[in-house]
Design a protein around this ligand. Structure first.
Ligand code: UDP
Ligand code: MG
Length: 317
């Protein structure tokens, strides 16, 4: 490792034209400060990834790039989603930096802890996870969904660190290893823990979003959760199998009961409720189970097609 670390800040952006000026000016000032302190090298840079924005995000990145050589950028041909955009950015900077930090373009994550990230990196950590201190700035709904998300992940056996999203430093070595994971639907916060390299954590505060709205819609959050679970856990399939076994055992008990009624009691008056209820109940369970299995088949389907995970349309050095 060189004495001075060449740092790349990777920021995926989807319709973030309002946030870019502030992000570029704050981050380049911070990079300059840290370079003056000797924490990073003077050629460290900011790398915006335009994830198929429909506003003038890309023209703004291009303008910033002309004015400020610290700003570089990559344009994806369409909206591939945050995880793909992030991976595209990390892949693009791998050969050009000693370490990369991924963060959001709205600068909600406190950037003053970057020095702590680098201190951990210098102490030998290949992956430094930013873990948020609390959820004060989140609304009620976001708090509840986030909490259920981490609980669900734990129950499903997916190894992730609670309250760590994608604010993370990765060494060049870790980035090169990450490139060996060809998954279609990557869930980076779990993948980076599978590399086996030294991981450490740094606590940080989350601020309010200054411009625009959250780009993580409920639909996108649910997609991320489903991909996270189906890419890293087969517990849902085991639950399906477990339900099957349980229903089979119940039906065996029912069979014995029915035979006993027919042969010894003679009380076989057909009941409407006892027929209709199990039909709906078992039908519902079967459809849920089919849905779970279909999610995995969907994963196999997208994996087998092996389409490009993102498409780069333009790059600014
Ligand atoms: N983002 C992206 N592609 C998407 C959705 C979001 O690149 O399809 C980016 C977004 O521009 C931001 C980051 O991902 O830089 C996190 O999104 P956001 O701040 O909206 O999420 P929140 O903080 O509300 O969870
Ligand atoms: Mg945000």
């Amino acid at each position: 490792m060189s004495i001075e670390v060449k740092l790349a800040l990777v920021l995926p952006c989807f319709n973030e034209h309002e946030s870019l000026d502030l992000a570029a000016s704050e981050l380049s000032a911070l990079l300059k400060e840290m370079a003056a302190e000797g924490v990073i090298s003077g050629d460290s840079f900011i790398f915006f990834v335009d994830d198929g924005s429909t506003d003038d995000t890309w023209s703004k990145i291009a303008r910033l790039n002309r004015k400020n050589p610290t700003v570089k950028g990559l344009k994806l041909s369409r909206n591939f989603g945050h995880q793909a955009a992030l991976l595209a950015g990390l892949t693009a900077v791998t050969r050009d930096c000693d370490a990369a930090v991924s963060l959001d373009a709205d600068l909600q994550q406190d950037t003053s802890v970057l020095r702590e990230f680098l201190a951990e990196f210098r102490n030998g950590a290949d992956i430094v996870l930013g873990v948020r201190k609390d959820r004060e700035t989140d609304g009620w709904f976001k708090k509840k969904t986030a909490l259920s998300f981490y609980t669900l992940m734990k129950v499903m056996g997916v190894d992730i660190v609670s309250n760590h999203a994608d604010y993370r430093l990765m060494s060049r070595k870790a980035l090169e290893t990450l490139a060996l994971f060809p998954e279609q639907n990557n869930f980076l916060r779990a993948t980076c823990l599978m590399l086996g390299y030294r991981v450490s954590t740094v606590l940080f505060d989350v601020k309010e979003r200054k411009f625009g709205q959250s780009k993580y819609t409920l639909k996108k959050m649910m997609k991320l959760a489903v991909h996270g679970i189906t890419s890293f856990s087969i517990v849902p399939l085991r639950i399906v199998a477990g339900i099957g076994v349980l229903l089979f055992l119940c039906s065996m008990i029912m069979l014995v009961y029915a035979l006993w009624q027919v042969l010894f009691v003679g009380n076989t008056v057909p009941g409407w409720a006892s027929t209709i209820v199990p039909i709906y109940f078992i039908g519902g369970i079967q459809l849920i189970c089919l849905g779970v299995v279909s999610e995995y088949i969907g994963q196999i389907y997208t994996t087998v097609k092996n389409r490009p995970r993102w498409i780069c349309e333009d790059k600014l050095e």
